[in-house]
Design a protein around this ligand. Structure first.
Ligand SMILES: [Zn+2]
Ligand SMILES: [Zn+2]
Length: 73
């Protein structure tokens, strides 16, 4: 079991460690725990793109999202 950041896709084994880290992609500068389906594959809720790694998904360009980033479902 691992925890992922919804903004940058960082993976940590411990939620506490994730939440205490700095996130350059988050508006609050903190990682935010992703609480959706955290098993592979990850899907973009805007365009349906599938990636095996959340980090890869959230760093890609999404033409259907208002933020131009894929967002996990
Ligand atoms: Zn993050
Ligand atoms: Zn997308």
């Amino acid at each position: 079991m691992a925890f992922y950041c919804e903004y940058c896709g960082k993976e940590e084994k411990e939620l506490r460690v994730l939440l205490n880290g700095y996130c350059s992609k988050s508006p609050s500068k903190k990682h935010k725990a992703y609480d959706g389906n955290n098993t592979n594959p990850f899907l973009c809720k805007h365009c349906g793109k599938k990636e095996q790694e959340l980090r890869v998904l959230v760093n890609g360009y999404c033409s259907k999202s208002s933020s131009k980033k894929h967002e996990p479902l």
